[in-house]
Design a protein around this ligand. Structure first.
Ligand SMILES: [Zn+2]
Ligand SMILES: [Zn+2]
Length: 297
């Protein structure tokens, strides 16, 4: 599976994980460092990745006013999962061929591949420069997004230096390494656990599931079967019990007129794709089938 290793990414991710282990060193902990890590985690992972990168830029489920779109895209870049162009192109490639040939992190290649190994390998399904232009022309045409894509490493280093200057080692280790590792595995669980565990409410041509505990730690992104059924929807938790913190934030942003053009599926759309009571495995391909249960809203 990992015959050809993507060394820069593999070394970078390993260093970040080893750096997070330093947090257990007694001298490196401080309560302020923990608070900084939590705030930055919400800002970069929740607002930056979930609301901006994913629901706004990738799927255009909402439109943020331009200054806020740019500010939240900067936060997304500081989540250090790639610049907006490469993130959006990779994610659009995932939706175009989810769990099939051509999916950069398809569950058809196993749980660990979908979770993280897909980045450690030289992966031909990850869009190259030419494919990024084809998959994300709306972002490639914007100079600010090209800037964020080009300088994402430098921006992370700037943040690290600022944290060290302001709060010393504990802010640096907790605000960079611990935050990144926690947010990484949250995002990665959307690709792995939310394509494996939980229930399916809607017919989709992939293995996506609604997984409550992934939703809880990823600002609502774990309602992933809903999302694959209605990728354009700014709202992922479609039932009342499917708590979706990003949706609450989007509703607030709309209320204060910072977001508009909010898209959600109509009742007819939902009815058309609704699974009444399904324990399907055959249509989802052999092996590694998720535990699927139909649900009713
Ligand atoms: Zn997915
Ligand atoms: Zn998506």
């Amino acid at each position: 599976m990992l015959k050809k290793i993507n060394w820069p990414v593999a070394v970078g991710l390993t260093v970040i994980h080893v750096g997070a282990l330093a947090a257990f060193w007694p001298g490196f902990f401080s309560w302020s460092g923990l608070v900084v890590a939590m705030l930055l985690s919400c800002a970069t992972g929740g607002v930056g990745i979930t609301v901006c990168y994913h629901r706004s830029l990738t799927h255009r489920g909402l439109k943020l006013v331009k200054p806020l779109e740019y500010a939240t895209a900067l936060l997304g870049t500081l989540a250090f999962q790639g610049g907006p162009i490469s993130w959006v192109a990779t994610h659009r490639a995932h939706h175009a061929a989810a769990d099939r040939e051509g999916d950069p992190h398809g569950m058809d290649r196993g749980f660990l591949w979908a979770h993280m190994l897909w980045m450690f390998a030289r992966n031909s399904a990850v869009p190259n420069a030419e494919e990024r232009r084809r998959l994300a022309p709306d972002l490639v045409s914007d100079g600010f997004y090209r800037f964020l894509d080009r300088f994402s490493i430098e921006l992370q280093i700037l943040l690290a230096v600022a944290l060290f200057a302001a709060g010393g080692w504990s802010w640096f280790i907790w605000g960079i390494f611990v935050r990144l590792v926690v947010n990484y595995h949250g995002t990665w669980l959307v690709n792995s656990a939310a394509h494996a565990f939980g229930y399916r409410s809607y017919k989709t041509n992939d293995r996506s599931t609604n997984c409550w505990w992934v939703a809880l730690i990823t600002w609502g992104e774990g309602w992933h079967n809903n999302h694959h059924a209605f990728p354009f929807s700014a709202r992922h938790g479609l039932r009342r019990i499917e708590i979706d913190w990003s949706w609450f934030l989007i509703k607030f942003l709309a209320f204060v007129r910072l977001a508009s053009d909010i898209k959600v599926p109509t009742a007819e759309m939902r009815e058309r794709l609704r699974l009444a009571s399904v324990r399907a495995t055959s249509s989802m391909g052999a092996g590694r089938s998720p535990n699927m249960r139909g649900t009713e809203s």
